[in-house]
Design a protein around this ligand. Structure first.
Ligand code: PLP
Length: 387
């Protein structure tokens, strides 16, 4: 059987072979396998050196100080640490948090947890293209607001918030600003030296690095304080304990270094593939693009189809590995909360497909996808008309 074409880069990416090679050099007896916290011998020193080089690569991509990078097990843990850590530390000062209703579950569920602890959360509703405006953010901030948490790029629809404008608001109101950048880092330029962002969640596996590793950027100037969520050993300046997984960190560092090298070229290439896909579908009637047409990460394309059952459509597209809405929601038949959040009617939302493109996608892949989607959508419409 021929494998389907992989068009689900927003769910995860394959590890770049150059990254896998560096990782494999940090595992066995011949490699750098030591505990980076071992201070008394060369095995530890070498591992620490690799860890700090990786930290520098991650920091360089987003223009921050390496000392502002705290390793975590992924963006989920980084979101938890940022939101619960800040809320807990500042609980005496205020118990109100502002976020949006289309955030990743790692943010929403952390907020729901805090609600059970007496915090109050405002869930902003984005525009129909998935963006939060500085004006609506400003209106939502109160005297007891301690944190704003908004994503950079949405994982289902690809829309990209204007971090510069939103950061102006949070800084002028003296509220901390956390950004989940799991889908944008390495895809869109991020300059933390110019942005008023205080905390930023990162993940390796959306950028051709390994799963199970990520980081939280925690600003030093002005200093951001948070309460650790994982205790023991005092690693990462007390913010996140646990033996550092050298191979994982080296993989993330190498993936981020490569992402920096190719960021512009890859953005152009993926943008051209996106245009090719949308152009190719022009002949097909009755579909719409969800999200923002150009303020977006070009690799994420969310499409809705009139008069088509989403489950049947996904089943019919056996030659394509695509997603309905979001991978996390695929087990349920509920329409995606993100599409609901931007006001897509349920009958269209249930038909939605997320096609996501990346480093190894070719024009031929896109052409195959266009042909398969066009054929199957029309076929399903015909059979539901006669059936
Ligand atoms: C994938 C993703 C996460 C979770 O990242 P993990 O590293 O898999 O924990 C969080 N937020 C967004 C927006 C994501 O796309």
């Amino acid at each position: 059987m021929q494998l389907p074409i992989y068009l689900d880069y927003a769910a995860t990416t394959p590890v770049d072979p150059r990254v896998a090679k560096r990782m494999s050099e940090c595992l066995s007896m011949e490699g750098v396998f030591g505990n980076p916290a071992s201070r008394s011998h060369i095995y530890g020193w070498q591992a620490e050196q690799e860890v700090e080089l990786a930290r520098r690569h991650v920091a360089d991509l987003i223009h921050c100080d390496p000392r502002e990078i705290v390793w975590t097990s992924g963006a989920t843990e980084a979101d938890n640490l940022a939101i619960k850590g800040v809320a807990e530390f500042h609980a005496d000062r205020g118990r109100h948090i502002v976020t949006s209703c289309i955030e990743h579950k790692a943010v929403l569920d952390s907020c729901h947890y805090l609600e059970t602890k007496g915090f109050e959360i405002s869930y902003l509703r984005p525009s129909s293209s998935g963006l939060i405006s500085p004006e609506q953010l400003s209106e939502a901030i109160r005297a007891d607001t301690v944190l704003v948490s908004l994503m950079h790029v949405n994982n289902e629809i690809g829309s990209a918030n204007n971090l510069a404008a939103l950061g102006e608001v949070t800084r002028s109101r003296q509220v901390l600003f956390h950004v989940d950048a799991a889908q944008s880092v390495g895809k869109l330029p991020i300059d933390l030296a110019a942005l008023n962002v205080d905390l930023m969640s990162l993940s390796a596996h959306k950028v051709y690095g390994p799963k199970g590793i990520g980081a939280l950027f925690v600003r030093r100037e002005p200093r951001v304080n948070l309460t650790a969520q994982i205790h023991g050993g005092g690693h990462e300046r007390g913010m996140r304990s646990g033996t550092l997984p050298t191979h994982q960190l080296v993989g993330m560092g190498e993936a981020f270094r490569l992402a920096g090298d190719v960021l512009h070229d890859e953005y152009v290439k993926v943008g051209q593939l996106r245009a090719r896909l949308l152009d190719g579908l022009k002949m097909l009637p009755g579909w719409q693009l969800h999200g923002h047409a150009d303020q977006c990460a070009p690799g994420i394309i969310n499409l809705g189809f009139e008069g088509v059952d989403g489950e049947s459509l996904l089943m019919s597209l056996r030659q394509l590995a695509v997603s309905s809405g979001s991978a996390c929601m695929s087990a349920t038949l509920e329409p995606s909360y993100v599409l609901r959040g931007i006001g897509i009617p349920d009958d269209i939302a249930q038909s939605a497909l997320r096609v996501s493109l990346g480093r190894f996608t070719t024009a031929a892949d896109v052409d195959t996808a266009v042909a398969a989607i066009s054929q199957n959508v029309q076929q399903l419409r015909r059979s539901s008309a006669t059936g």
